[in-house]
Design a binder for this molecule. Structure first.
Ligand SMILES: [Mg+2]
Length: 407
């Protein structure tokens, strides 16, 4: 079998249902909603072969830029046997080394191609991708959704969902306490302290220590992903489980978080970590350190979600999968078939390969225009110094009397 062509499909994905997803004073504004629409592009890759088998994959990490990178990389792949996945992965990695170390953009380009190669191999052999990865550890994958208010959290609970994540850019301790009180002790709650602005390590330590009482599933990105020393400092001063890794790529990017045991949960993004090939290796590195994997998929499309289901089915240290449960309605129309959760779990697909394909005609209806944005503008009236809604990278959160309330 030989690769004959690689095509890309770039689309402008609509915004999630913010009211249901994350109704929250800190970013529940119309202006943010408009900007969020601009921040989500989905890039799918399809590989064609001379035997009529095709494979589908997805790339994240700046999809509009990656689309060009995939076209460049395709020159290295046409004519190759698609079943030699590791060899082709190495060829792509070496092929872009002249541009410097491979960050998430380069890894994102490799990612979609690699995913499509696994899809082809599964179809050629008549087995699901999880079978190529060693077989199933589990038959269904637990998911977590998102909620920032007791109302939204309770609606998730009513739908059988057993875990969710809240945003922590404003009043994180008080909000976590309210959510814990609303849903009780049975639901797992994670909190993402993501920036920018990122917390200083000193403030992050204080937040983490105050959150311990509510027994979070994890505290995510308490400091900037650049600041591994900050993670070390938090480790020394708090027992709270830590999670990170969505902005790093490949085993080389995740290595220090894992080997120095700076996190309890590693969160590679299924669209930009370097493909299924890298996700499997990252999982094995993490397993050796008793670290669990919970793939990031906050802005990802549905093909990457399929890949995550196969990976989590096959790795022993798979913890849970992120899912925007109340996403843009076009998500379901982008893919066939659309995976559904029941009682907080998605069944592992059983069809050969990944078991899905995109609806090319539907995707073509949503052309991409741009893919950079900041949360809000000063002119919108939503500009809030010292919060998520200010355009600086590192900053002590202001209004500290509110951010760190006495009770
Ligand atoms: Mg995050």
């Amino acid at each position: 079998m030989k690769i004959t062509e690689i095509r890309t499909y770039l689309m402008h994905a609509g915004a999630p249902n913010l009211r249901k997803w994350a109704a929250d004073g800190s970013f529940g504004t119309q202006s943010f909603s408009k900007n969020l629409t601009g921040t989500r592009n989905w890039l799918f890759v399809k590989i064609f072969t001379d035997e009529g088998i095709t494979g589908i994959g997805e790339c994240s990490g700046w999809p509009r830029v990656i689309e060009t990178a995939v076209k460049d990389l395709s020159r290295l792949l046409v004519g190759e046997d698609p079943t030699h996945i590791e060899r082709l992965w190495q060829k792509m990695h070496i092929g872009m080394m002249g541009h410097g170390l491979t960050g998430t953009v380069g890894a994102g380009a490799i990612n979609g191609i690699d995913m499509a190669l696994w899809d082809i191999k599964g179809k050629a052999l008549g087995v699901p991708v999880w079978n190529l990865l060693g077989g199933k550890v589990r038959d269904r994958i637990r998911i977590y959704a998102h909620a920032n208010t007791p109302e939204v959290a309770l609606s998730l609970k009513e739908r059988g969902i057993t875990a969710f994540k809240m945003g922590g850019v404003s009043n994180p301790v008080r909000k976590f306490g309210q959510l814990r009180e609303a849903v009780g002790d049975e639901m797992d709650i994670a909190i993402d302290l993501h920036g920018p602005p990122w917390l200083t390590p000193a403030d992050a330590v204080q937040v983490c220590r105050e959150l311990e009482q509510f027994r979070p599933m994890w505290v995510e990105d308490p400091v900037s992903p650049d600041n591994l020393e900050g993670f070390r400092r938090i480790r020394q001063h708090s027992s709270v489980p830590l999670a990170a890794g969505e902005r790093q790529a490949m085993i080389f990017g995740e290595r220090e978080l894992i080997e120095d045991e700076l996190v309890d949960v590693i969160q590679p993004d299924t669209g930009r970590a370097g493909g299924i090939t890298q996700m499997k290796k990252i999982a094995a590195m993490a397993e050796a350190h008793h670290i669990m994997m919970a793939p990031h998929s906050g802005s990802l499309g549905p093909v990457a979600e399929y890949a995550a289901l196969h990976i989590l089915a096959a790795i022993p240290n798979g913890l849970i999968l992120e899912r925007i449960e109340d996403d843009w309605e076009g998500r379901e129309k982008t893919i066939v078939p659309h995976p559904k959760q029941t009682d907080g779990f998605i069944p592992v697909p059983d069809a050969p390969g990944l078991g899905c394909d995109i609806d090319e005609e539907f995707v073509a209806q949503f052309p991409s225009e741009a893919n950079v944005s900041v949360p809000v503008t000063e002119a919108s009236g939503s500009y809030q110094p010292g919060t998520f809604n200010e355009h600086v990278y590192v900053q002590t959160r202001l209004r500290r009397g509110v951010y760190f309330p006495k009770s």
